[in-house]
Design a protein around this ligand. Structure first.
Ligand code: CAO
Length: 563
């Protein structure tokens, strides 16, 4: 191991330039050409690359420091296997000479490779990269060089970004290789057919499918004698040059692209964002003057991945929905942050999914439960003796089961192929249950085949299991229709969310005595507010009208449940 001091190279004569971003930390392993830090003058930003591979032993500067050519920026530990050329570099700590020496090493290594491996040397080829068909635009502006000179690229990697008044275009590499030089600068105007860079290809089968012609050209050169292959770029025929122009990867003036380009970020951050498919406009910049750093992009992606993996609700976008902005609630008063339970996260994800996928309609009605309640009161003692707690719920379960049989258009699901409706010949009813861990929906099987006591007993058992975290997965599956009862809690009505893939849900609110007109006079009746939400893709309003009228009739006269 030996140590070297990396210094600021020639930065075009600029002095006392501010460091606005440091992209390495002590202990980081760096590759040659990997960006160390970013400088900014009042005219431009510059990324300072590492002249050779090594490990960062010390950071000698901080963000905000002002540096000039020759200022020491990091101590780099290089491997003992450093070449003689590298060692000579250690003697001269000028950044500019570091870069030059590294270039020499590359050249000499290339020569050795050519001498020792003739086939590969023959295959190596320097090709002109030309601006492709611009879709009618005569001149476009270079807005970004997506890689640095000397970078190794794969076929299809973005090399430059062009922008006309209508579109921005990523120009990808037609083949893998090393970008030996750029013949253009950011801000230049370029035309179709203009050579913008030179690429040294290895000649291996590495061309992009989008540049099949280019690949052929490269392969053809590989069969040529070494001398010919080593011919200067200018000797490439003009006929072959256009063949090396790759297809434009993306031609668009999407809002995203426009927004991304107006974001304050350096080329390497932009490159990373492009590689990860991140719209820079959505990333909060934490760098100097709000500049978006690579870490900001990584944090953004990490947060999205964590959110997706946890099944958490999309508080920040998804499906093209504008995100709800993050708020620092602590600025308004004291807060504490508690993790959501697994069940709450799953419920949140399920609710969002159902809310976003299902076109909901909610219809309201009231059922007269005066007689049901009188009957229930008269049976309560007997039920208790039988070990059953008799609330209105088992009657509602039984009535819903019967209504599903009488109006089978409700006992369906949409098939995932989008072409069929699944008609169910079983009646399983889900019961929304409030538990300490969140909302759970155990399912009572074959409710149509069971009596009120059995329903009450099994529902109570399921509720207890739900509250004790003892429900098995199969006890929460297969529901045809859900009942969500807030009757014991209060409220005069609510609009429940369909528990997809079911197509309807019943919301039960608190019953109350009301004056009801019986044709000749107002009489006090115990009225139960009900709401049915349904999936309008599967159920029409008229179907719901029929189902709801049937259901309300059954609840109002529970004798009909045994018919
Ligand atoms: N109107 C008036 N009183 C009602 C009533 C109603 N609609 N529904 C129940 N009650 C009464 C019961 O009769 C009982 O009183 P008595 O002991 O005097 O008979 C009392 O309220 C308590 O009932 P309960 O809550 O113990 O039992 P339940 O069968 O009514 O409800 C359950 C069970 C699991 C549905 C309920 O406990 C629960 O968790 N509800 C919340 C569901 C939920 O969170 N839904 C929202 C989901 S988002 O759509």
């Amino acid at each position: 191991m030996s140590k070297m001091t990396v210094t600021v190279p020639d930065i075009g004569g600029a002095e006392n330039v501010e460091i606005i971003e440091i992209n390495v930390a002590v202990g980081d392993s760096l590759e040659a050409e990997q960006e160390i830090l970013v400088l900014e003058t009042d005219k431009a930003t510059m990324e300072i690359p590492c002249p050779q591979a090594g490990t960062v032993a010390a950071l000698l500067v901080s963000v905000g420091d002002k540096v000039s050519e020759g200022s020491a920026i990091i101590e780099l530990e290089t491997s003992a296997a450093a070449t003689a050329a590298e060692e000579s570099v250690l003697a001269d700590t000028s950044g500019a000479s570091l870069v030059e020496t590294t270039a020499d090493v590359t050249a000499s290594t290339a020569e050795q490779v050519q001498a020792g491996m003739p086939d590969q040397a023959v295959a190596e080829q320097l090709i002109d990269l030309v601006v492709p068909d611009l879709g009618g635009a005569s001149e476009v502006t270079v807005i970004e060089l997506a890689v640095d000179k000397g970078a190794s690229v794969d076929a299809e990697d973005s090399l430059i970004v062009l922008e006309s008044d209508k579109a921005s275009m990523d120009i990808p590499a037609p083949a893998a290789g090393i970008v030996t030089e750029f013949l253009i600068n950011v801000g230049d105007k370029v035309k179709e057919g203009q050579v913008y860079a030179r690429l040294k290809t290895s000649g291996a089968d590495n061309s992009s499918p989008a540049a099949a012609d280019a690949g052929t050209a490269v392969a053809k050169t590989a069969e040529q004698p070494a001398a010919q292959a080593a011919a200067p770029v200018s000797s490439l025929s003009s006929a072959s040059a256009p063949a090396l122009a790759p297809a434009i990867k993306s031609v668009q003036k999407a809002d995203d692209a426009v927004d991304s380009h107006s974001v304050y970020a350096g080329p390497s951050s932009r490159r990373l964002a492009r590689q990860l498919g991140v719209n820079l406009a959505k990333v909060k910049g934490t760098g100097v003057r709000g500049r978006v750093t690579k870490d900001d992009i990584r944090d953004y992606v990490k947060a999205l991945v964590q959110q997706a993996e946890s099944g958490a609700v999309a508080v920040s976008g998804g499906s093209g929905i504008p995100p709800i902005p993050a708020v620092d609630f602590a600025q308004f008063g004291e807060i504490d942050l508690q993790p959501m339970s697994k069940i709450k996260k799953v419920t949140a994800a399920n609710m969002s999914r159902a809310w976003l996928n299902v076109p909901h309609v909610t219809q309201f009605d009231e059922a007269d439960i005066t007689d049901l309640d009188a009957f229930r009161a008269s049976m309560k003692a007997e039920a208790e003796k039988a070990g059953v707690k008799l609330t209105p719920l088992p009657f509602l379960v039984k009535a819903a089961a019967k209504a599903l049989q009488l109006e089978p258009s409700f006992n369906v699901s949409l098939h995932h192929d989008g072409e069929h409706i699944v008609h169910k010949h079983y009646v399983h009813i889900g019961i929304a249950c409030d538990t300490p861990n969140g909302l759970m929906v155990p399912v009572l099987r074959d409710a149509d085949k069971k009596g009120i006591y059995q329903i009450a007993s099994e529902v109570n058992e399921l509720i207890e299991k739900a509250r004790n975290g003892k429900l098995k997965p199969n006890e929460m599956q297969g529901g045809c229709f859900t009942i969500s009862s807030l009757g014991a809690i209060g409220g005069t009505g609510f609009t429940p969310i369909v528990n997809a893939p079911e197509v309807a849900i019943l919301g039960v609110s608190r019953a109350q005595m009301k004056p009801v007109w019986n044709g000749t006079e107002f009489v006090p009746r115990n009225m139960l507010p009900l709401a049915v939400s349904y999936d309008h893709r599967a159920i029409n309003g008229a179907d719901c009208g029929r189902f709801f009228t049937t259901l309300v009739g059954l609840i109002a006269d529970v004798r009909r449940l045994i018919l």
